[in-house]
Design a protein around this ligand. Structure first.
Ligand code: IMP
Length: 184
């Protein structure tokens, strides 16, 4: 694997497709252990999650349903973090066991808004969260991310669904920025 240029930045190879697939399979089987006797609804939080979501479901051996959620944020931020103005969910999940699927948990603001939205408006039977990646050095929320693929340092990553200014989502492997954090 070679370094690549996306927009104005250089990204170096970080986690290869084969290794990502092992991680995704591990998460799928961990979830299955807890939901064997149930039919959970996997909810993909778009856009970044689409590759992780599709791959995980291929490794999930039990019954399950899927739904997608599109969140739109205000362009500004407030002291409490990002404020979401719109949540479009493709399926009713009242009284269902749901698993929220994220590509990456960074500050945790997104996942905190999601939790609030589901608890306050959707009345599911249970809510758990699965994320392919988490940046523990940045994550500042108390609640637990139930299923984590891999912990990564506080460096911007790209590929496997994740973008840098909308480019790079189609890369099969994960890349890492050399120079540190991008404010996004
Ligand atoms: P949060 O800070 O946990 O709310 O993360 C917000 C969103 O920022 C994530 O869902 C991703 O879409 C994006 N994000 C966070 N870190 C990265 C990264 O390293 N690469 C690409 N996108 C990221």
């Amino acid at each position: 694997m070679k370094s690549i240029k996306v927009h104005d930045k250089i990204f170096k190879p970080y986690i290869e497709e084969k290794e990502l697939q092992k991680i995704v399979k591990k998460v799928a089987l961990e979830i299955y252990e807890d939901y064997k006797d149930k039919t959970p609804v996997f909810i993909g939080v778009l856009n970044g999650v689409f590759m992780f979501f599709a791959d995980l479901l291929k490794y999930y051996p039990g019954d399950c349903e899927v739904a997608f959620l599109q969140m739109s944020s205000y362009s500004g931020t407030q002291s409490t973090g990002v404020v979401y103005k719109k949540m479009d969910l493709t399926k009713e999940v009242k009284n269902r066991h749901i698993i929220l699927m994220e590509d990456i948990v960074d500050t945790g603001n997104t996942i905190a808004s999601l939790f609030e939205y589901f608890q306050n408006t959707q009345r599911p039977k249970s809510v758990k969260v699965a994320s392919l990646l988490i940046k523990p050095e940045v994550y500042n929320k108390e609640f637990k991310i139930d299923y984590v693929g891999i912990e990564i340092p506080d460096k911007f990553v790209l590929g496997y669904g994740l973008d840098y200014d909308e480019l790079g989502r189609n890369l099969k492997d994960l890349y890492q920025l050399d120079e540190g954090r991008i404010n996004h």
